[in-house]
Design a protein around this ligand. Structure first.
Ligand SMILES: [Zn+2]
Ligand SMILES: [Zn+2]
Length: 91
C-alpha cells in the first residue's frame, strides 16, 4: 500500500462519486450512506494494476466481487496475457 498517494482516499471518493457509487461492471450500487456504519464496500481498481498510476482513465469503481474477479483474471475484460504482466500477489 506504500505506493498509494496520500490523497488516495479523496481520489478514490472522487472516482466513486463520478461512477454514481455504482459498480462499473455489474451496476450494483454501494452508497456509503446506505451502510449503517457509514462503510463503503465500493472499491477503486487500477486497470493496469499500478497503484502509482492514478490517472482518472486508469481508475474504475468496482464492487468487491467484481474487483476480485478482475484480480483473479476471471471474468474481467483484461486478457490473461495482460494479467501475467503484473504481480497480483501484492493486491
Ligand atoms: Zn460489481
Ligand atoms: Zn484492483
Amino acid at each position: 500500500m506504500s505506493d498509494y498517494p496520500k490523497h488516495w482516499k479523496e481520489l478514490a471518493k472522487t472516482i466513486k462519486e463520478k461512477s454514481d457509487w455504482c459498480c462499473q461492471k455489474c451496476a450494483r450500487v454501494l452508497r456509503p450512506d446506505e451502510k449503517p456504519q457509514g462503510r463503503t464496500y465500493l472499491q477503486v481498481h487500477h486497470w493496469n494494476r499500478d497503484p502509482s498510476d492514478n490517472r482518472p482513465e486508469n481508475l474504475v469503481a468496482l464492487c468487491p466481487k467484481c474487483h476480485l474477479s478482475y484480480h483473479r483474471g476471471g471474468k474481467g475484460n483484461v486478457s490473461v496475457g495482460q494479467l501475467s504482466l503484473f504481480d497480483i500477489s501484492k493486491f
